[in-house]
Design a binder for this molecule. Sequence first.
Ligand SMILES: C[S@@+](CC[C@H](N)C(=O)[O-])C[C@H]1O[C@@H](n2cnc3c(N)ncnc32)[C@H](O)[C@@H]1O
Length: 270
Amino acid sequence: MRWDSELDWQKSEVKDKLVIEFGSGAGRFVDIVSRRGAKWAVGVDITGAVDAAMDNLGDRPNVIFVQADFFKLPFREGTFDNAYSIGVLHHTPDPETAFHNMTKIVNEEGLVGLSVYEISLYPRPNRNTLKVVTKDLLWTLNLWRCEFFRFFTSRMPEGLFLAYCKYFVPILHYINKVPILRYIRYLFPSTCYRTLPVEWSMLDTHDSYATKIVHQYRHKDIFQWFLKAKLFNIVVHNGRAGWVSLTGSKKEKPYQHERYVVASPGIPGT
Ligand SMILES: C[S@@+](CC[C@H](N)C(=O)[O-])C[C@H]1O[C@@H](n2cnc3c(N)ncnc32)[C@H](O)[C@@H]1O
């Protein structure tokens, strides 16, 4: 589950805690925090997404959605036990300031979890070969294709691009399952999955191409943010490809080494 792969917080780190999400959207992660027994699962979002989120989860006794800008938060410093944000800050004008706001509203015992886009590089093996650099090149061309389309789609009337995602992307989604024919979809703005439901292709196409701001990071960039914020026990999660996900703690705790050692299948090409 995405929540676990990007944060890896234990049950005790959520149960009976006051937990806030920055950029909660329709509330899919607030849903998890609420079900895992948070005292309060609070979602902050600047848009009317909070209304949709209330429709989805408003009947839960431990859920609150607040329509607010996380650059001007209506909460005092140290209000929350834990704070997290997944897939949001890289779309804001000043992600590092947003991150510092997140660390400030967490109390002296709390956890801060962040997941943002990783710089898009072909996940190449260590060994250099002609085949590897050719794949690098194709990867870069695809990045160029995405940015070329985004230049136009991020300037389109919102309703028009929504209609595109709703009615045209499902066609591309199914074409993408047919061998050879599947390459047709690269002629259009599209993020399509062969093994995930059609809704994921629709949502992620919208997410990737409608957005005006996209920052991408290396793990070491975000690690520096955590250090600057004086967080301890910083863990770089072995999450999904394409994401940089870290958790840090306001207070230094005994480091649970075994929890984070990942059995590695070995690095290809070494
Ligand atoms: C890509 S969605 C992610 C939603 C959720 N984290 C998820 O993955 O389902 C990003 C959300 O962040 C919200 N957002 C962006 N900037 C914000 C800001 N300055 N303050 C509060 N919410 C913001 C957007 O309105 C949007 O709902």
